[in-house]
Design a protein around this ligand. Sequence first.
Ligand code: NI
Length: 186
Amino acid sequence: MAILPIIRMGHPVLRQLAEPVELPAKPEIRRLAVDMIETMVAAPGVGLAAPQIGQSLRMIVYQMPLARLQAQPDGDEPNAPMPPTVLINPVLRPLSDDQRYRPEGCLSIPGIRGEVPRYRHIAYSGYDLDGQEISGEAHDFHARVLQHEVDHLDGVLYLDRMVGMMSIGFLDAIPTEDDDEESEES
Ligand code: NI
C-alpha cells in the first residue's frame, strides 16, 4: 500500500480521455485501486479518479462520509454512509432533468471552491475489479461525486462546468458554517 502524489491542474493527464480498464483487473490495477483508496482517505477526500494520480485509466474510488447521513442544511437529501468503493469503466445516465448548484472542490485544484450544476438523480453502472457488473441509482451528493469523478475520466474539471465565476473562491476565504466541507474534495 502507498499514498500516491495527486497531480494538480495543469498536468496534461488531467485533460486526456482515459482508457477503459481490461477486466478482470490485472494485479497492477488491483494494487493501484488499493493505493487510490489509501490516497483518497489520507487526502482526505470523498473521491479520486485514476487520472488524478497520473494514470489515464477509467477507474474511480469514492466514499460517502458519515456527515451526509444527517439532514443537509441546503435541502439536499441525506446519503447513506458508504465505505471506499471502486468503480471501473463507469457509465452515468441522468434520471431527470433536475439539477442543483452546490459548492464543489477538487483534490487537483486544492483550496478552491465553486458552485457547479449537477444532476440530482442518476443511474450508474460499471464493474468491480473482478469484472462483476455494479449498478444502482444515486441522488444529490452521491450523484454529484460520481459526476465529478467520471468527468475526470473525460478530461473535464469542475471549473469547466461552472456557469459563471462569481461563486469561485479560496476555501479559507469563503464564510461557511460547515467544518466538514474541507474533506469533501474529490
Ligand atoms: Ni476532482
